[in-house]
Design a protein around this ligand. Structure first.
Ligand code: 8OZ
Length: 363
């Protein structure tokens, strides 16, 4: 029976344990949305995780919706990430870049030439974006033309090439939390009438094309995908999430992806209130179709994680806030040490405080 501290291999890739640092937006990128030396320090402090999934990273300028989030579309950004990877690798860690486009969860403030954000359909989210004027409503997005959707697939491929140049061990396609890919998947946000809308197969087409494009850059065992089947974070929902994500899990499995990363319940919230999707069933569907590992996420404690590995059919467990506040989380769990208290006020933006200054446990 696998324990949290057992290694796991994906072909030529060996993860030292099954504890994954979840992708966490921290809004500390530098000018030009370039990863900084401080970010390299932060990630390197956490290199004992079996895998670090770095914070969501926009694949193009239009993909940004929050201040100071890093990108992977400019040469300077690639150089910044290269430094992060060199330092984490020197400390024995493994890294995964999360490929991100926010779609309609943005504001003209972030968009080139002050344009409207783009989305599958012109449906305005009931969400606010933080701009230079404070919180403002996310505006009505512009629906992408069919040819633009196809062009965006190539943008993800280019971003994956950049990730490879920067030395990432894996990449994760962010298909969760109400951002662009999820906006295509779920029918509250997708009312298209072309090949990217309507049936489940059509709504999943953009995700599948993106994943296939990324597979031209990284081998399948080094590609993961993140989904959040019932999360309504970012004003999103679907009329039949069990059918939609059952199909998605199976199709991703058929591509033999390295892992499927599933956020159970509401992102950062209740795990149990919404019973529409059987998550164990999704994990089984992915593996049955040929997928490699499954990663569970959302509010896991050490005890919950051990039970997910021993009896829940999961292979990896992602920890967000616990890794943020405990650089040595793996060692603390191993030794049964108490955890640091996370400081919510320093989650987003700022410098070292609440970022690189959380102490390790006394030996
Ligand atoms: C919190 C704040 C900003 C972005 C996600 C990338 O939900 C995010 C995110 C979370 O996946």
């Amino acid at each position: 029976m696998a324990s949290l501290f057992d290694a796991v291999t994906l072909d030529d890739l060996k993860l030292a344990n099954r504890m994954v640092m979840a992708p966490l937006t921290r809004s500390r990128a530098g000018a030009g949305n370039v990863p900084t030396d401080l970010m390299a320090t932060y990630y390197t402090q956490r290199a004992s995780a079996g895998l670090i999934i770095t914070e969501a990273t926009q694949v193009c300028p239009e993909g940004q919706g929050y201040l100071a989030t890093p990108g992977i579309h400019s040469a300077d950004q690639v150089a910044g990430w290269k430094k992060v990877n060199e330092q984490v690798h020197a400390a024995g860690g493994k890294t995964c870049l999360q490929l991100w486009h926010v779609g309609r969860i943005s504001h003209s403030f972030f968009q080139p030439n002050g344009a409207a954000p783009v989305a599958p359909s012109a449906i305005q989210p009931a969400m606010k974006a933080y701009t230079d004027k404070g919180f403002e409503d996310c505006p009505m997005p512009r629906a992408l033309e069919t040819a633009e959707v196809q062009a965006l697939v190539q943008v993800y491929k280019k971003a994956a090439q950049h990730a490879k140049e920067a030395g990432f061990d894996l990449v994760e396609v962010h298909g969760a939390n109400g951002y662009l890919i999820d906006q295509f998947l779920r029918d509250k946000t997708n009312q298209r009438t072309d090949v990217y809308g309507g049936s489940i197969e059509n709504r999943a087409r953009f995700l599948m094309e993106v994943v296939r494009a990324v597979l031209e850059v990284y081998p399948a065992h080094r590609v993961g995908c993140r989904i959040s089947p019932v999360s309504q974070f970012n004003d999103i929902d679907d009329s039949n999430p069990a059918a939609l994500f059952g199909y998605v899990a199976q199709e991703l499995g058929r591509l033999k992806l390295g892992y499927l990363h599933i956020i159970e319940g509401q992102t950062g919230g209740s795990r149990d209130a919404d019973q529409r999707v059987d998550f164990a069933g999704l994990r089984a569907a992915f593996k049955q179709a040929g997928g490699r590992l499954t990663m569970v996420n959302n509010g896991y404690t050490k005890e919950m994680a051990e039970s997910a590995l021993s009896s829940g059919g999961a292979d990896l467990v992602a920890f967000g806030v616990p890794f943020l506040a405990n650089p040595d989380l793996v060692e603390r769990f191993r030794q049964g040490h108490a955890l640091n208290t996370p400081d919510q006020s320093t989650f987003y933006g700022g410098g070292e405080k609440g970022y690189t200054d959380y102490p390790r446990a006394a030996a």
